[in-house]
Design a protein. Sequence first.
Length: 186
Amino acid sequence: MEERSIAAAIFGFVFAAALAVAAEPVRPEFPSIELTDLSGQTVPLKNVLGTATVLNFWATWCGPCRLEMPELQKLSNELGGKGLVVLAVNVDLPPAPEEVGVAGQLAVVKPHIEGFLTRSGITLPVFLVDGKTQMTLAINQIPFSVLLDRKGRVVRVYPGYSAESVQDMRRQLLGLLAERSGKRGK
């Protein structure tokens, strides 16, 4: 009888461990990219990650982007102190030869971006990526947001804009921020 108790205990432990492993989310690694800020400085994405990071790909001419940006600003204002980083990655750059690079094109798009930010009251950090990076990431729709965890792994993607997707993003963010503090749930 004691052997059965030991076997049952071992089975229970193994079963509980398997459930715990199954509960761990499988999150693919986001590609290692470089971002260029509006002053022309380049920074690796990994250097600007927060506990939770929203990468939002947008353009000044994009109507849905104009609707989404204030919502992302609100999220940043609300959750930024808890570890959220929202990075507004502008994709206004026209395709250009690789040797021109982002810095060479910055003078063309910077006035449009800064004007948009001023008119809309957006204070999120703005970055640009070159055309090659845009093609590598296969972003064929904007706005396009990617929610990353603190290790730069993809939690969820949000192609396009809807109020429902922003609500879902907020729920996901609260969960990620709770992971940092060791709390589960909301």
